[in-house]
Design a protein. Structure first.
Length: 298
């Protein structure tokens, strides 16, 4: 049985969700003692190196139009730079089980942005999807007073600051998704990956240096170094699959499919990392994912 381009795009979108879930679990498990910007810079450096090395063998080697540079640059800054860094910091503060469902509401924001910027329309099914997603985010965000989320959270800000970081990451990712659609109509997936990821790494290292949070060499040895390398490889898979899904199935479907990653990561965060789980997290996660799926069908 031969898959159509859309069906293949949906399949690789689910693989992107699985890889992104694995990335979040790795950051949560091994990134507590490292600044979020540094974590993001190191994983982008690792994945960027892979993309650059394989680019000559799998790309079409077509010239990159100026408009593509503009859209790729905007997508890179909003997605890989701002969005991912805020998300990684949220992971450290409130855990995978909460940060991921909250941030994965970004397709709702992308859809609302398309209504405002592209004059698209939303029907009753889309409205129901938005309501379910926002309701699910609320259930995940609200926690019992006795629930301790993370004893390793950085000082400065509290639980709701972590929630705000995850929500802001969702806003950044929605802007990145809106910019990525036009870019993928102008360049192929390998070229987009080879441009976005190394540039993001360079900008993030510059930001880390300016903020004086660069890690010392002794902090990147043994298990910490291995975790960084593995996170980089899972990022290669997540980024490559996501861009391929955008190219084959469209930005909307790709965003929706990637937003199913909490279904993979949240149960594993409870089982493997010992994060607190309750009925609010279960119902909220399911409601958010179902809402995003309904939004995609509208």
């Amino acid at each position: 049985m031969t898959l159509s381009n859309v069906e293949l795009g949906e399949l690789v979108g689910l693989l992107a969700a699985l890889a992104w879930g694995a990335t979040g679990l790795l950051v949560r498990a091994h990134g507590v003692g490292m600044h979020a910007i540094v974590i993001n810079a190191l994983r982008c450096a690792t994945s960027g190196l892979v993309f650059v090395v394989i680019w000559p063998f799998i790309s079409s080697r077509q010239p990159v139009p100026p408009a593509a540079w503009l859209f790729l640059g905007l997508s890179m800054v909003m997605g890989l730079g701002i969005g991912d860094s805020l998300y990684f910091e949220a992971l450290k503060r409130i855990g995978v089980a909460r940060a991921m469902p909250i941030s994965m509401g970004y397709p709702v924001l992308a859809s609302l942005g398309a209504v405002v910027l592209l004059h698209e329309t939303l029907g009753p099914l889309a409205a129901l999807g938005i309501a379910l997603t926002l309701g699910g985010v609320y259930l995940v965000a609200v926690r019992p007073a006795t629930d301790v989320v993370s004893v390793d959270a950085p000082r400065g800000g509290g639980y709701w600051f972590g929630v705000a970081l995850a929500a802001t990451a969702a806003v950044s990712w929605s802007c990145s998704t809106l910019a990525l659609g036009p870019a993928m109509a102008l360049v192929d997936v390998p070229t987009a990956s080879a441009i976005r990821t190394p540039l993001a790494s360079a900008l993030l290292f510059a930001a880390a240096k300016r903020a004086r949070v660069l890690p010392k060499p002794e902090h990147l040895r043994g298990r910490a170094l291995l975790a960084v390398l593995v996170t980089g490889l899972t990022s290669v898979a997540a980024t490559g699959f996501f861009l391929m899904s955008v190219s084959l199935a469209g930005a909307g479907r790709a965003a929706v499919l990637t937003a199913t990653s909490p279904l993979f990561a949240v149960p594993l965060s409870v089982l493997l990392l010992g994060e607190p789980g309750n009925w609010r997290i279960v119902v909220g996660t399911l409601a958010s994912v179902v809402g995003v799926i309904l939004l995609a069908q509208a």
